[in-house]
Ligand binder design. Sequence first.
Ligand code: AMP
Ligand code: GLY
Length: 426
Amino acid sequence: MNLLLVGGGGREHTLAWKINQSPLCDKLFIAPGNAGTAQFGTNVSIGMNNFAGLADFCLANTIDMLIVGPEEPLVKGIYNFFKDNPATAHIQVIGPSKEASQLEGSKAFAKAFMQRHNIPTAAYKEFDAANYEAGIDYIRKHTLPIVLKADGLAAGKGVLICTNHIEALAEFQLMIHHSKFGEASKRVVIEEFLYGIEVSVFVLTDGINYVVLPEAKDYKRIGIGETGPNTGGMGAVSPVPFVDAAYMEIVTKTIIEPTINGLQKEALEYKGFVFIGLINVNGQPFVIEYNCRLGDPETEVIIPRVENDIIEILAATAQQRLNEITIVTSKQIAVTVMAVSGGYPNEYETGKIISGLADTKLEGTIVFHAGTKQAGNDVLTAGGRVIAVTSLGDSIAEAAEQSNYMLEQIYFDGMYYREDIGFEFR
Ligand code: AMP
Ligand code: GLY
């Protein structure tokens, strides 16, 4: 098969690495890719939202399957674009339809979906300019902390946890009346704060059947001990120690099955990954969010633990044969540590030469590129998150130490990483 993978981060490098191991892969292209994906396929410089450009490329290169990494093209309707055009309708697209992608694209849609299907989630109400005064009233009477969520996509920044009413009222006003997150915050979901440990569950569905992939926990904050500003993710671990078979049984019955059945009942076409962010409240899982794709850096720990041929699984997804697939998971523990540019998640510089990559050969460790680009013989930094090092080991401590050791061999100006990924489980 010929494949085109859309995206250019650590998630896509990990997928390219895995796809490359499949005997079913003839040619792999990545749009736009990074310096790492180029080791396993051909990068093509077509933007992820240039649907017409991607479709032309697929036709010219007899692509059989399009795998969409990031949420933006999905929420903008790349699935429908391919399926609605008779010339590209035969191409297998891994990713949900535009309508189903609303599970990530609109928090209000996701909350209403959960209510319709009795899926446990925090109590909430949604507001916009039309019922703004009612929103003010709702905040005044709300217990603390108060969670405010921009309805639309806001690059992971649209959630605010306010510890007092004055702050919540000010933020609510900024979101609705001053477009704090642009169009995304014209509507705001206000919800109850839940106390508990977070875990991310990954499901692959063909719209009828589903398989559960390994779970993961990511570390979102920039600082040691989960402190400081939020980032796209500084590292991840898989498996998550408190998640056992009994807990997954509860998650499956109360969340995964009602979600997949709900999609089917509402005729929301979905052939792709569902990323369910959960919070464990006294042993009971609640949904914090849905994402319509794999996570980054969660992919860097879950995909290396999946022993199946990935193309076999994805082809079964496209052909609605996932009932034929049994996921085989490695018992090994994976920890990924993300090296970021100095200043991230605020302002940072790019174009720094990355050294030490050639020396990075260590049994059980894989170096994934996130924001990198090739320039002649050099690999340069090209984003906030630059390199994700995944190690597999017998314990979180061992795998984390090995990833840290590998990162000591790599250098770029301003490089920073958290040495404590998985700290609470070590
Ligand atoms: P999201 O962008 O939806 O992933 O939210 C970002 C983060 O905010 C989550 O990973 C949680 O840590 C936190 N969060 C979101 N909603 C809640 C909630 N209802 N209670 C507690 N924490 C929350
Ligand atoms: N690491 C969180 C995400 O991919 O949304």
